[in-house]
Ligand binder design. Structure first.
Ligand code: G6P
Length: 470
């Protein structure tokens, strides 16, 4: 059996310089490595991804001939893709995160943005060039007849490129974002949309976390390409064993003790997110404000812990959003707080053990994205929570499909409804909390990263890259 190949923008390893100047690999950030890592390690997969920082580039250069593959101790085999930094920035910041992310999540502020001018055409050319570099790297290293698992919107054109360059490969593309309606997609320039959808469907099959996103994608393809794509649905799962080990670690227990001292005997609302427009952080705070307005009995009795850390700092919108988050927290703490009680504790440090400690301690976990491909935090909380806490969950998250019936559902735009759901969760009687928390943990535990990996491989195996229809 040829080794499978995983292809993603961000890879499983990130290199840095150790104290002695040597290059040290660490596990890369983000949900992709959590969900795909165990299957890739078990299968001995080759992972093709971009060399992101200087240390990554040096590690890539050190890998040398003949295959340019970096072998790490924990079983990952990494094939770095090294691209020109200016071209990479246009591909990543302008096209992938500045346009495709906004489009699929419905984030645009249409009276003002986007503005697709001549710079867009240059950026799109960079997107095409970086996709081509990924396709070349796969074409040069994949064994004959390999299964190739392409990941996400960064690599929308690679499927069609591989079909031309290596028709022997069995390829699928998995999209971790939601997908949008043809009307929302039509905001992108016509030629970009047509090239994107043709590129994506060039992979044998296109997968999503939820049937909602797969249906929307198929609708876009019918509208733009006049043909139905081969799609599949396979929701990813978090690694429960790994997460429970982190929750039981000494580092996490120390963070939990510190959090306990801070919160005391009050109830705790928690959110754990990147500072990301789609996460709807501001409306979460406004819902808390409305809760304190309408429920005087809760003043001084509840703390909102916001464990939110910076992301995509290359985009001005994200910097501005981070500033707004800080401003709203200051405003609400000044409005409601006193010497004894800080209503909102904002923690912008990306401290994984502290975030997991917060997931152990919550009474209410607020997951209220505007639109989300899946949302792993809603899976992680119920696995480690010590207090039979309740999940308040946006119906626009892909994970709603499996966890919605055991959560309190909200329309993420409705601040009043969010405040009411948080109040209902805080008021829940212990027996109702316990029963719902047990059902949630069971629903999460029914899925695993290895099962998800098998689903991706099965979907790719049903087709070949030269056959765009299942
Ligand atoms: C989130 C999304 C993924 C995406 C990733 C990229 O986790 O759910 O769809 O691939 O962000 O994050 P990055 O930090 O690499 O831009």
């Amino acid at each position: 059996m040829p080794s499978p190949v995983v292809v993603s923008n961000r890879g499983p390893l990130a290199f840095s310089r150790g104290a002695d100047g040597s290059l040290v690999p660490r596990r890369g950030a983000g949900g992709l490595v959590v969900t795909l890592g165990p299957g890739a390690q078990r299968a001995g997969a080759l992972w093709v991804s971009a060399a992101l920082g200087d240390a990554d580039r040096e590690a890539a250069a050190g890998a040398g001939a003949p295959d340019g593959i970096v072998h790490a101790d924990d079983g990952f085999r990494w094939k770095p893709v090294v691209v020109d930094p200016v071209q990479y920035q246009a591909y990543y910041d302008v096209v992938a995160n500045g346009a495709l992310w906004y489009c699929t999540h419905g984030l645009w502020d249409l009276p003002r943005r986007p503005r697709f001018d001549r710079h867009w055409r240059d950026a799109w050319a960079s997107y095409r060039a970086v996709n081509s570099a990924f396709a070349d790297a796969v074409a040069a290293t994949a064994e004959a007849g390999s299964t190739v698992l392409l990941q996400d919107y960064h690599l929308g054109l690679v499927g069609a490129m591989l079909r031309d360059r290596r028709p022997d490969l069995r390829t699928s593309l998995f999209v971790h974002t939601p997908w949008c309606s043809p009307g929302e997609m039509a905001v992108l320039p016509d030629d970009s949309v047509a090239e994107l959808l043709a590129g994506m469907t060039g992979a044998g099959a296109v997968g999503f976390h939820s049937p909602r996103w797969a249906d929307a994608f198929a609708e876009c393809c019918r509208t733009v390409l006049g043909a139905s794509p081969a799609t599949f649905v396979a929701p990813a799962a978090t690694d429960a064993d790994d997460l429970r080990a982190v929750a039981a670690s000494q580092e996490c227990r120390s963070e939990l003790a510190a959090l306990d001292r801070l919160v005391g005997d009050r109830q705790l609302i928690v959110r754990v997110d990147r500072i990301e427009l789609s996460k709807n952080i501001l409306r979460g705070f406004w819902a808390f404000d409305e809760l304190l307005e309408t429920r005087a009995d809760l003043r001084g009795r509840v703390v909102f812990g916001a464990f939110v850390y910076p992301s995509r700092q290359g985009l001005p919108d994200y910097l501005a959003y981070g500033q707004e988050v800080r401003t709203v927290v200051e405003l609400l703490n000044a409005k409601w707080g006193d010497d004894e009680w800080t209503p909102i504790v904002l923690d912008p440090t990306d401290n994984y053990h502290r975030s997991v400690a917060a997931l152990r301690r919550y009474d209410v976990l607020l997951v209220n994205p505007i639109r989300d491909g899946l949302n792993l935090v809603a899976q992680e909380g119920p696995l480690v929570n010590d207090r039979s806490g309740t999940v308040v969950l946006s119906r626009q998250a892909g994970v709603w499909d499996s966890l919605g019936e055991h959560s309190l559902g909200i329309n993420p735009f409705d601040v009043t409804a969010t405040a009411e759901a948080i109040a209902e969760a805080l008021d829940r009687r212990p027996d109702a909390r316990t029963a719902a928390a047990e059902r949630l943990a069971t629903a999460v535990g029914a899925h695993s990263p290895l099962g998800w990996w098998d689903a991706l491989v099965d979907a790719a195996a049903l087709t070949t890259a030269s056959d765009a229809r299942l």
